[in-house]
Structures are given as structure tokens and as C-alpha cells.
Ligand binder design. Structure first.
Ligand code: ADP
Ligand code: ASP
Ligand code: MG
Length: 441
């Protein structure tokens, strides 16, 4: 069997969903399990609705109209999503009354996107003669901790999914599973972090022993850079799991960073494909031996990065300082991307939306803390980059020519990545000039 995940643009409107139906039809002999995202823009709309509800009033009518229109365009029953839409209206009313939006309620809000999408896509397949059922990933056993907004998947999920899937989904029916959402042990809905449907596809692929995980999106595959930044970015034929993992982690939105891990564990190839051009070969992500790639393969970037300098004249070189520092970050769940040290200070980076206030106050007890916002991380990815002889010369030469200052560098931590920190205002110019240097204009 294979898992086929369709992203937001791929299911955004009736014409796209009809394309999806034909793509699935073409792969029926491979026993597809389909994973879907919410219709493009719906997750953001749900978040906005929740935020306006806290402020006193929220009008779900435009979203309801969008679904009514979609169902009409697909000639599906107008009341197909009645339960979900009623529940959404009730939840909004609750948030308005209480005047408070917890991360738990926000997850339940966001879940409507994928829940509606699974029902619609399943009904569209069914109406086109492909027996299908919409299923909630959590009903099949996808269980997480209660870290709402970015929940961690509990390991027992894999076995439960395999078991329940065999019990509940007959082999001649296509299951259309909700991406992104899950449930915690108390039964509350959780989500896996923005863009998390890719991860759901990999979890199901791994649990069900898929031969391939297909990620259907709106570009031809993984490219040499984000085509929205570099107009002449090119498609990569093949890349290794580690290259893809680093690229995703450092901002290439085309796959969610967590996607690679379940695939690696069972050595399941991932293929990134374009719903708008289904005949294109896409990009295959496989183990390093099969990928057999070398040199710079792709450049990713992640904006909105904050740089934190921690200086302690008294304590830096003393035994236990680093442990104490990281213990504070750990306790406040602050994720660190890059780090560099000097005799008296440690500089590290974290994502800009991280709440640093409490951690900074605690660190202030034994060190001086200075925060600089509006930075960006650039990351060059490729097997063996760590050992490439003139790589740093070329990177720094290119950035020097463009007068782009480099604030921090990390090389050697992974064999496949070289990353550096620049000012956010220089991000796109830096990516374009490095792309021109390594891939030609
Ligand atoms: P989906 O809704 O299908 O999950 P996303 O918007 O999450 O799609 O991801 C696809 C987008 O990822 C592309 O439109 C592209 O702008 C962006 N992207 C960033 N880096 C890359 C890259 N290296 N290769 C391809 N696409 C990339
Ligand atoms: N719908 C979710 C989001 O917009 C998950 C996804 O698209 O993968 O983040
Ligand atoms: Mg995505």
C-alpha cells in the first residue's frame, strides 16, 4: 500500500478535488490511504475566528458559505458537514461567552479544517465511483501528549493505528484520514504544529508498512531553493533523508520537519509531487546510499529568528554553567537552533515567536542577557558538505561581494548542513546570491 497526502492547495476548491480523485483513481491498484490537509486558508480563517470570538463576536458565516459553495460545486449533499459546522458555531459561542481562548480550545477550533476536508474528499471519491470513507486520525489511534499546538506523538500510536486500521477499514475502501490533528490521553483534540499533515502521512505510512509516502503539493518537488524566493529554482530528482530533514528544519516549508523520522525508521521512500502536474516525476527522498548525492543540493532559510547573547564574566568557564543555562531553556521549552560560544559568552538563536521573558529573567540571576530580534538563518544542505574544501570560501566570498554581514556560523555539527545567521532584511538577497553562486543564475 501507499500513503498519499494532499496539501491545502491540492484540496482548496472543487476543480482541485476532482484532480485529486483522478490521481487517486490512477493509483488504486497500490491500495492508497489518503491523508488530507484543510482547504487552503481554512486553518488561518479558523484561528482568526477564534481570536475574534475572544474579543466578543465571531461570524462563522463566510466560512460556512465557503463549504456550502464547495459542496455545491462538487454536487455533494448540502448537509454533509452539518455536524462539524454546528459544533464549530457552538464552540465559538463558548469562547465568546468565556472571553478566553486556551491553547486546547484553539486546537479544537483548528481541527475543523481537516475534519471537514476528510469528509468532503471521501464523499467526492465515493461519488466518483471509488469507495471511500472519511476517518479521524484519532479514532484510528493517533495519540499525543497534551502540549496543545505542537503535541508530541506517543509511541504506542503506531501499533494501535496498525491494529484499528485492519479492524475498521476494509481493503477495498479508500480511507481518507485527517492530517494535522490527534487526541491526547484525556480525549481532547490536539494538533501537531502548522504544516503537520505531512507528519501524519509519515506516521500512517510507518504504522501501516507503506511502500511509499507521496506528498502532493503545489510545486514540482523539492527544489534548489524556495521558488517563491528564487524564481529559477530547479527541481531535485532525488535527495537523502538527512538532506530533506535538515532542509525542512531550516525552513523549507515543502515538508514538515518531523515527516522524515517515521519514514527513516522503516526506510520508506517519500516522493514529493505536484497535484497540478501529476505526470511530473517529483522528488524522491530515500536513504543516503540510494540517493548517492554530493555537493550543495539546496538552500533554505528561516526568517524571524531571535539571537540571544548570554554573558557571564564570573561563571562561564566554570563547571556546570552550560548545564544550568540549558536547564533553564529546557524548562521553558525554548528550542535552540544555532549556538556559538566564546570565553565569556554564549550566543544562541531561537524562533522569533518564542516567549523569552521568563527564561531571560531567570538567566538574569547569574548572567547578563541581551536579545536581538529580526535575524534569519540560511542553510546550505548536501551530503558531505562538512568536508567540502572550498565551501566556506565560496559562501563568505559571495556574501562579502553583496556586503551582507554574517552574524554567526555553524559548520561541522551535521555532515549535511552549513548554516549561518544574517539580518532578516538581507535574507532574500543572501539566498538569491548563494543560489546563483552554487546553481548558476
Ligand atoms: P501544502 O499545502 O501542499 O502542504 P506548503 O505551502 O506547506 O504546501 O508547501 C509548499 C510550498 O513550500 C511551496 O509552494 C514553496 O513555496 C515552499 N518551499 C519552500 N522551500 C522549498 C523548496 N526547497 N522546494 C520546494 N518548495 C519549497
Ligand atoms: N492545515 C494545517 C496548517 O495549515 C496543517 C497542514 O496544512 O499541513 O498548518
Ligand atoms: Mg505543508
Amino acid at each position: 500500500m501507499i500513503v498519499m497526502k494532499f496539501g491545502g492547495t491540492s484540496v482548496a476548491e472543487a476543480a482541485r478535488i476532482r484532480d485529486v480523485v483522478e490521481i487517486v483513481r490512477g493509483r488504486r491498484s497500490r491500495q492508497p490511504v489518503v491523508v488530507v490537509s484543510a482547504q487552503g486558508g481554512v486553518t488561518n480563517a479558523l484561528i482568526e475566528l477564534a481570536e475574534s470570538a475572544v474579543r466578543g463576536s465571531a461570524d462563522p458565516a463566510p466560512l460556512r458559505e465557503r463549504f456550502v459553495g464547495l459542496l455545491a460545486d462538487l454536487q455533494l449533499p448540502a448537509d454533509l458537514l452539518r455536524d462539524e459546522i454546528d459544533e464549530l458555531a457552538a464552540l465559538l459561542q463558548g469562547i465568546t461567552l468565556v472571553g478566553d481562548l486556551t491553547t486546547r480550545s484553539l486546537d479544537r477550533m483548528m481541527s475543523f479544517g481537516e475534519r471537514c476536508s476528510a469528509r468532503v474528499v471521501a464523499a467526492a471519491l465515493d461519488a466518483a465511483g471509488i469507495s471511500a470513507i472519511g476517518v479521524m486520525s484519532y479514532d484510528l489511534g493517533l495519540l499525543t501528549d497534551s502540549h496543545y499546538g505542537r503535541a508530541e506523538v506517543l509511541p504506542e500510536s503506531y501499533e494501535t493505528i496498525a491494529q484499528r486500521f485492519a479492524e475498521r477499514v476494509s481493503p477495498d475502501v479508500v480511507a481518507v484520514v485527517t492530517g494535522f490533528v490527534a487526541r491526547d490521553e484525556a480525549g481532547f483534540i490536539t494538533t501537531l504544529g502548522r504544516g503537520g499533515s505531512d507528519f501524519t502521512a509519515a506516521i500512517f505510512g510507518s504504522a501501516l508498512g507503506a511502500h511509499e509516502i507521496e506528498i502532493w503539493t503545489d510545486v514540482d518537488g523539492v527544489m534548489t531553493s524556495d521558488p517563491r524566493i528564487v524564481a529559477d529554482a530547479r527541481r531535485l530528482e532525488r535527495m537523502s533523508f538527512s538532506e530533506a530533514a535538515e532542509l525542512a528544519y531550516y525552513g523549507a516549508k515543502v515538508i514538515h520537519p518531523a515527516t522524515i523520522h517515521p519514514a527513516v525508521r522503516h526506510d520508506i521512500p517519500i516522493r514529493v509531487l505536484n497535484t497540478l502536474r501529476p505526470d511530473q516525476p517529483g522528488t524522491q527522498i530515500v536513504n543516503a546510499e540510494t540517493a548517492a548525492t554530493t555537493g550543495v543540493r539546496s538552500i533554505a532559510s528561516k526568517a524571524d529568528i531571535t539571537l540571544v547573547h548570554v554573558t557571564s564574566l564570573r561563571m562561564l568557564l566554570q563547571h556546570g554553567f552550560m548545564a544550568r543555562l540549558f536547564e533553564v531553556f529546557e524548562r521553558h521549552r525554548i528550542v535552540i537552533d544555532m549556538i556559538s560560544t566564546s570565553e565569556v559568552s554564549v550566543s544562541l538563536t531561537t524562533e522569533g515567536d518564542t516567549d523569552l521573558a521568563a527564561a531571560a529573567e531567570e538567566l538574569g540571576g547569574f548572567a547578563e542577557v541581551r536579545v536581538e530580534s529580526d535575524k534569519a538563518i540560511l542553510c546550505l544542505v548536501g551530503e558531505g558538505l562538512r568536508d567540502a574544501p572550498d565551501l566556506l570560501d565560496r559562501i563568505f566570498g559571495t556574501l562579502r561581494t553583496e556586503s551582507i554581514p554574517v552574524r554567526m556560523v555553524s559548520v561541522g555539527a551535521s555532515r549535511v548542513n552549513v548554516s549561518m545567521l544574517v539580518d532578516r532584511t538581507d535574507e532574500h538577497r543572501a539566498v538569491r546570491s548563494l543560489h546563483a553562486e552554487f546553481f548558476g543564475a
